[in-house]
Design a protein around this ligand. Structure first.
Ligand code: TZP
Ligand code: MG
Length: 227
């Protein structure tokens, strides 16, 4: 089931891009190499997340990643930092709870950019919806070492409850499940009404990043959406 409304970023229908790749440090596979590999596998949404990088390095890597995304027709979003998203003219920014208020980010980046926000509870979803984000990352599904200071895990039941509450309250927006997601989790998670999946370690740690991405794209192939 897909919940569908117009995105505030008018050019893109985010419901049609159900796989997001989130970069992470990996020995032996640079971030541009990761991005090239997932894009070759059909991923069309990349979030550049570099928790350890300073501004200069983020921008340097960001320029290369943006170029790769552009060549593949993939969205390029920046994690946390509105100022860097602006400097790189990224397609958007993903904001955590400690980051800038999405309404302020919107004022700075404008209406053509995509603004996403992190949520862990239904109350978070209500807050983000009122802040007019274009999509939310809802998680973590289960434990993951990719993120420090992890919020309580949701499990399938958590997604079920939150997605039901969204429907009851008429809250419709693209929702990407995130955190510790493996191949076999995708269909059960989608059955709760979640509209997409954000992956980092499953793809990054695969021996064949492109092949694994292709498999995930296939699993996430969207069916015809209602008008
Ligand atoms: N927020 C919650 S989990 C996560 C972020 C950014 C990273 C993705 O997790 P995983 O388990 O590596 O796919
Ligand atoms: Mg953040």
């Amino acid at each position: 089931m897909h919940n569908r409304v117009e995105s505030t970023a008018p050019e893109v229908d985010l419901y049609r891009i159900p796989l997001q790749y989130i970069t992470d440090h990996k020995e032996g596979v640079s971030i541009p190499e990761q991005v090239e590999a997932v894009c070759k596998g059909g991923c069309r949404w990349v979030q550049l997340r570099m928790k350890e990088a300073d501004r200069e390095e983020f921008i340097r890597v960001g320029r290369t990643v943006k170029e790769i995304c552009k060549r593949h027709g993939a969205l390029f979003l920046v994690n946390d930092n509105v100022d860097i998203a602006l400097e790189l003219d990224a397609d958007g920014v993903h904001l955590g709870k400690e980051d800038m208020d999405p309404l302020e980010a919107r004022r700075i980046l404008g209406y053509s950019k995509i603004i996403g926000g992190t949520c862990n509870t239904f109350e978070d979803v209500v807050t983000r919806f009122r802040q007019q984000v274009d999509y939310i990352g809802l998680g973590p599904f289960t434990y993951t070492s990719t993120k420090k200071r992890l919020s309580p895990v949701l499990g399938l039941e958590g997604y079920q409850k939150i997605m039901e509450a969204c429907q009851e309250e008429g809250i419709y927006l693209p929702v990407h499940a995130i955190g510790g997601i493996r191949e076999d989790d995708i269909q059960p998670i989608l059955s709760t009404g979640v509209t997409g999946i954000a992956l980092s370690s499953l793809l990054k740690n695969s021996e064949d990043i492109t092949g694994k991405t292709r498999e995930m794209v296939e699993q996430l192939k969207i069916k015809e959406l209602p008008p």
